[in-house]
Design a protein around this ligand. Structure first.
Ligand code: SF4
Length: 432
């Protein structure tokens, strides 16, 4: 049976979708692309921009004409009735049960064998209870890197954001269970674990934050497992957390949702940090790691962003060693404080700034790659195609891997060196 998993939005959504797709593969289903026909479609939606919601509606309508369309994610959580009304072939799964979808393939197989039809098998399953941390570490993994969700929800109330409304209050997986799941992944041979959450640095178990959790993980795990952080939200980054990054097992790749680097804009949109703190974090990251890959999320045209505020953000991103920008033009979202903001910039200026920021991102990325030439790195092998492995480096660059030894296999970790950055993908050669 064919299944299509279609994803919009953030890395957590991407990770969750990959986990769900993997669970279907393990149960004998075939994963197909969104242009192909499938019996089951899983749509993992996003509510960050109105464009993401429009696209979700369009795809859901299309998919529901071909098969059963299971819709989950932040948009589905906030507008379940609107989505349900699009077609009778739609089954909306609330966020509280999204992780439960990992068990759906097994359930479908058993239900079909007992004579139930596909639609009823999915409906009865969705009615069962579930938790946001249902992701069993082992099945929530792909490409030989594992994803370990340790946090969900957010207690902030950023004036542009609907995610905290959809996902609810911050919750954290207790640290004993995190350690247990991480050790299980190590036992299965994973060489990299990415810690994920909606607001990862808001992790808090019994008043111990992300720094404390990572200290425990580093103590528990052996020398061959690397840890990567899915995001680094500035407001909860403290010295304890930064100091854990000194361990060579912490990967030199960071993703900071910066949004703006102007204090008055940050205050206007209710972010809980200022430019000085951003500078402190970025400088410490560069001090601790050799030329880390630092990516930023940026919203162009936030209310209150005049020319000088924008210029301050642009200059900050250009000067402080970022390697890539993920640019989102501001769109006012229903039920947020900025929905009816009177100090909005025009769409023309917003889009102009988005374009400039994207051009800057291309420039920063090219320069970052150029600096990697002849540098040593670590690479985790992914899949083998045409006799060569693809791989992902510690600084999260997709590469082609050359000079792999005969015993090389997917998931293995090697020391390597960047030998070319010219083609479609940079090339690294194994040195150890
Ligand atoms: S930190 Fe702000 S933008 Fe991020 S999820 Fe929380 S409220 Fe939304």
């Amino acid at each position: 049976m064919n299944v299509c998993v279609y994803t919009l939005g953030c890395r957590l959504n991407q990770c969750e979708s990959e986990g769900i797709a993997d669970a279907f593969v393990s149960e004998g289903f075939s994963i197909v692309k969104d242009k192909e026909m499938a019996e089951i479609y899983i749509v993992n939606t996003c509510t960050v921009t109105s464009k993401a919601e429009q696209k979700a509606r369009r795809m859901i309508r299309k998919f529901a004409q071909n098969g059963i369309c299971v819709v989950t994610g932040c948009y589905a959580q906030l507008n379940a009735d609107d989505i349900q009304a699009l077609d009778k072939n739609i089954i909306v799964v609330p966020l509280s049960k999204k992780a439960h979808l990992l068990k759906l393939p097994k359930h479908i197989n058993a239900a079909l064998q007992s004579g139930m039809n596909l639609e009823s098998s999915i409906k009865t399953f969705v009615d069962e209870d579930a938790s946001v941390f249902d992701y069993a570490a082992a099945s929530f993994s792909y490409h030989h890197r594992a994803y370990l969700k340790v946090q969900d929800g957010c207690d902030n109330n950023c004036a542009f954001c609907r995610v905290h409304i959809a996902r609810g209050k911050a919750v954290s997986l207790d640290s004993d269970t995190v350690i247990e799941r991480a050790l299980d992944l190590e036992k299965q041979g994973f060489s990299e674990i990415m810690l994920t959450g909606v607001n990862l640095t808001m992790y808090d178990h019994e008043n111990d934050g992300l720094g404390g959790l990572i200290e425990r993980l580093l103590k528990a795990l052996g020398p061959n497992v690397r840890l990567r952080l899915s995001s680094l939200e500035a407001d909860h980054v403290d010295d304890r957390l930064l100091n854990t990054l000194k361990d060579p097992r912490m990967q030199p790749h960071f993703h900071i949702p910066v949004q703006s680097a102007n204090d008055s804009v940050l205050k206007r949109v209710n972010r809980k940090y200022d430019k000085a703190h951003l500078i402190y974090i970025v400088n410490r990251l560069k001090e601790i790691k050799d030329d880390p890959f630092i990516a930023a999320d940026i919203i162009s045209g936030l209310p209150g962003e005049g020319d000088s505020e924008y210029k301050e953000t642009y200059d900050f991103l250009k000067e402080y060693g970022f390697s890539q920008l993920h640019v989102f033009p501001f769109s006012p979202r229903p039920n947020t404080a900025l929905y009816k903001a009177k100090d909005r910039v025009t769409e023309y200026i917003r889009d102009q700034r988005a374009k400039e920021l994207r051009d800057l991102s291309n420039d920063l990325h090219t320069k970052y790659l150029e600096r990697q030439l002849n540098k040593e790195c670590e690479v985790v092998l992914q899949t083998r195609k045409g006799g060569k492995f693809s791989g992902v480096t510690g600084n999260y660059i997709d590469v082609v891997v050359e000079d792999t030894p005969p015993f090389a296999a997917s998931g293995m970790l090697f020391k390597a060196k960047f030998i070319s950055i010219d083609g479609d993908k940079p090339i690294v050669g194994i040195i150890q």
